[in-house]
Design a protein around this ligand. Structure first.
Ligand code: SF4
Length: 99
């Protein structure tokens, strides 16, 4: 096991610098589509844990767009789950990756 494999998700995310865009999330989910989805692949597919079950309503998915690594995985995995993803506006989003 390499040293990087021993790091927690929070440690790995700490290595990335973000420029947040408050009030303009580049990742959204359509709640109605998610309720219809038979599986919720995005909960497992996102490497940054952006999508989690809403602790107040297990039928809903919470989105922490500020942690997005812009890998694009959810564009594929979430295509039938109501995921809307676009590039962050210029100068926003991931600014720097270390390692
Ligand atoms: Fe997660 Fe990647 Fe989608 Fe961002 S682009 S929400 S990191 S799967």
């Amino acid at each position: 096991m390499t040293p990087d494999e021993k790091l927690s998700l929070a440690d790995k995310l700490y290595r990335t610098k973000y420029e947040p865009d408050p009030g303009h999330p580049h990742v959204t989910v359509d709640a109605a589509s998610l309720k219809k989805a038979k599986t919720r692949k995005i909960l497992k597919a996102c490497p940054a844990g952006v999508y989690t079950k809403d602790p107040n309503d297990p039928e809903k998915v919470a989105v922490s767009h500020e942690n997005c690594l812009e890998c694009g995985t959810c564009r594929q995995a979430g295509a039938d789950e109501g995921v809307e993803w676009k590039q962050p506006d210029g100068g926003k989003g991931v600014k720097y990756r270390y390692g």
